[in-house]
Design a protein around this ligand. Structure first.
Ligand SMILES: [Fe+2]
Length: 319
């Protein structure tokens, strides 16, 4: 059975990607940022995930304003880096995991989350920058396949934090019903507080960011009740990206071990936040069994009913 072992949230500031590509990581300004991810790279190297599910948002690279899916799941075999105006970033092509992605699509859609299935997609800094921060800068290939899940946070209305949190739970049910033994790590990217235009451009609210990180770790349900207007007011217009972290958090146990946190300001014009949350290793088996009937039964019965319904439709069609 596949299993989500941990969730990692990370900012995806485009200037971080530029600093890597222009070999500026040792400059004092950037060293402060990159050194905060040294332990994270070490954690990733030890965890050795078989697959990463990366929750991120596209910045009008793969999807123009003509078509904006709320949740888009990358089911392709590979995802090339997008040209964001300066040519594609010199990073390896992201290899997907089409079999697990197709399974997630089936499970999550039958669980009543209507994902858009994407069979061809380029990925921008929203995905490649967290990959660099957590895996370094490999020349030829990333160390494991990645399933991208793009969330609309660029045009109103983005999904609510609660919807994102519940999608995380559906993703977990999907992963745990995949028969192959795979270690999965889920990324939630974006944020933290930032606003890139208008009279409040440059806004950073460290107090609010740190409270968000505290609650992400200990009381995520509290975060699911934050309305969009509060994100806008407290974290700036682009702070709404933080709802994506709630997808990651929803996919984890209610109680998690916070194994690492890093926060610094500024990086470009944003706050950089990063957290690693592990599902408890020892108790996970017990908790999983104990929680199975409570958490999974409604979703599973809906899936079973939906599958029966599809089977009936298919049978009718062949008669
Ligand atoms: Fe972004």
């Amino acid at each position: 059975m596949a299993k989500i072992i941990a969730g990692i949230s990370s900012s995806h500031v485009p200037a971080i990607g530029a600093a890597i590509d222009n070999k500026q990581t040792e400059e004092p300004y950037w060293k402060r940022v990159f050194s905060g991810f040294d332990k994270s790279k070490q954690w990733m190297a030890e965890a050795k995930p078989d697959v990463v599910i990366a929750i991120y948002n596209d910045h009008a690279s793969a999807f123009s304003v003509e078509l904006i899916p709320t949740f888009a799941l990358g089911c392709a075999a590979e995802f090339p880096p997008a040209d964001e105006g300066w040519g594609p970033r010199p990073v390896p092509v992201v290899k997907g995991h089409p079999a697990l992605a197709a399974h997630i699509a089936q499970s999550v859609i039958l669980d009543e989350f209507d994902l858009t299935i994407v069979n061809k997609m380029e990925v921008d800094h929203g995905l490649t920058v967290p990959m660099n921060l957590l895996f370094g800068q490999p020349k030829d290939a990333w160390p494991c396949p990645v399933i991208p899940l793009a969330v609309n946070v660029v045009m109103y209305p983005p999904p609510t934090g609660h919807r994102c949190y519940m999608l995380g739970k559906a993703l977990r049910r999907a992963v745990e019903s995949y028969p192959e033994d795979l270690k999965v790590v889920i990324f939630g990217t974006g944020g933290l507080s930032h606003q890139i235009s208008g009279p409040r451009a440059g806004l950073i609210n460290s107090k609010w960011d740190k409270s968000f990180l505290d609650n992400l770790s200990k009381d995520p349900k509290k975060l699911t009740r934050i309305p969009h207007l509060e994100y806008m007011r407290e974290a700036g217009a682009e702070g709404i990206e933080m709802v994506m972290w709630l997808i990651m958090r929803g996919a984890l146990d209610d109680k998690v071990d916070e194994v690492y946190r890093f926060y610094t300001v500024p990086a470009s014009n944003t706050a950089v936040g990063h957290i690693i949350l592990e599902n408890a290793r020892k108790a996970s088996g017990t908790r999983k069994v104990a929680g199975k009937s409570k958490r999974g039964s409604a979703g599973k019965s809906r899936q079973a009913a939906a599958r029966k319904s599809i089977h009936r439709i298919a049978s009718k069609g062949t008669r």
